[in-house]
Structures are given as structure tokens and as C-alpha cells.
Ligand binder design. Sequence first.
Ligand code: DON
Length: 305
Amino acid sequence: MKDIDSILHALPEAISHTFGKGKPADYIPALAEVPRDRFGMAISTVDGQDFIVGDAKESFSIQSISKLFSLSQAMHYAGEKVFERVGVEPSGNPFNSLSQLEFENGIPRNPFINAGALVISDILLEHLKSPKQDFLDHIRRLSGNLDIQYDERVFRSEYDHGQRNAALAYYLKSFNNINHSIAQVLDFYFYQCSLNMSCLDLARASRFLANGGIDPVNDKKVVTPKRARRINSLMMTCGTYDEAGEFAFRVGLPCKSGVGGGIVAVIPGKMSICVWSPELGAKGNSLPGMHALKAFIEKAGISVF
Ligand code: DON
């Protein structure tokens, strides 16, 4: 795997032209304070090796990447029933869009848009005894990092500026697609988004998706092989929102992004990748991150296609 290391180390230079072309998320003010010149990338292979470059060990706000872990946990507890309350189609709309919900009777298009993740949070509230702690434990176990914490400032900032998510949650409830109180659902959802993790933590935590649902380091089954396939499919079609077509075209890997600037990508059977750089393009995905993934797969010559 010497190649992976040298390809990785050439990336910061190869994508340097993309800096200054996007901007960090500012609708959650605490996220706008992160230095925009950060860049890190980590790879975890299914045979247990890690490769890192740049700021790969620096923690950042995982934001919507948390939707991967909430979905995998919800599928573990509720199985296929999850998809009676959330769809599996790309939305073609921004991640926080309200309009589709009205036409589609309160069934979010997929579990990765905010409306879908609010329903997933509601499902998890039914199954977890101490939802926040159980979710944190799930993430800590998967990443092998017991120091992972949530960021109180980001959590507060999400709350103070969370009117759209609140609107989505109320709207979902009007269609009886939320069973718990709006306050409980938002509190749990914002908590998930405000966890801080590094690229290395995230690459390790998503390794099970590259390995048929089994964490290759401890042999623990996280989800069944069929569910791992389904999560990867959803990442490919819905993981980067209304830019999923562009990602499939340019990167060609299942990806899940967050407005903290992180993107997790999976190469089934081989490795999971996490790249982080805070400047986002117009659709809320890291611009340098997308370019780094594209450059990586082109240089490494590996793809799902
Ligand atoms: O709820 C929100 O809007 C944020 N906490 C998460 C959105 C997000 O990360 C979308 N990803 N690109």
C-alpha cells in the first residue's frame, strides 16, 4: 500500500487551487469560525491499515455525516420498517428543503436530508434507553476513540439558528411521522450533528461499510451485508443531496457529506475514506474535499465502476 501513502501526500498540492472558491457554512454561526485553510484526509483499509495526510487528526463538526451512523443504528433496531417512514429516492433539493414534504405527505425522500434524519432520530428515540449516550457509545465503539465528545457551542448554535429544522419537525408531526415531542427530537438530532471527530475517527468508524457491515478490526457485525449494501447505495444516490449526480459523475463513490466540511467515501471491499476542508460549494459539500476525492480515485485507479 505504499502507493496510497504517496498519492495521499501529493493531494494537498494537487487541490490547492480549489481554496478560496467556497465558504464555510455560516447559517450555524459557530461553524463559520473554523479556519478555512484546513485540509486533512484519512483512509482505513479493510485489512486494518490507516493512512493520513494534513490535518487528519484534527477534530471538526461531523454535522450530516452523523446521518450515516443514525441510519445504521436505526436499521439495526427497526430493520426494514425504517423505510415505511422514510423513502430511498434522491431529493434533487437542498438538504433542508421543506417543499417536497407537503406534496409527499410527510414522508421524507431519504434518510440523509434533514427531514429524513429527524424521522430517523424519532425512530431511535423509541429504541434507545439513553439516546445521546447510546449514540455516542456507538460512534466511540466504531471509531475506537473513547474521547469523542459533542461540541456544546455548536449544539447551542444549531438550537439558536434551528428554525428550519424546527419547521420540518413540526410539519412531519402534522403528518403523524414524528411520535416524540419536537423538543426531544430536535435535541437528539442537534446532538448527533454537533459531535466532533477527526478524519481518522470517521474513516475508522465507517470502515464497516467497506467490509459488508462487519468492523474488520474487531470482527463485530454492525449491520448485515444486505444493509451495508443499502446504506452504500443511499450514499451514492442521496449522500451529497442535490449534488449527488455531480459526485457520482466526478467521484463515482458512495459519499456522505456534512456542512462542517467533512466527506466520508466508501470503496466496498477495499477502504473507507474521510476528507475534511471547511470551504463549501453552493450545495453545502466541501469543495476541496470533492476535488481531493476525485484526484485520489484518478491517481489510485480504484473505483466501484
Ligand atoms: O441540520 C443542519 O442543517 C445541520 N446540522 C446539518 C446539515 C448538513 O450537514 C448538510 N450537509 N451537507
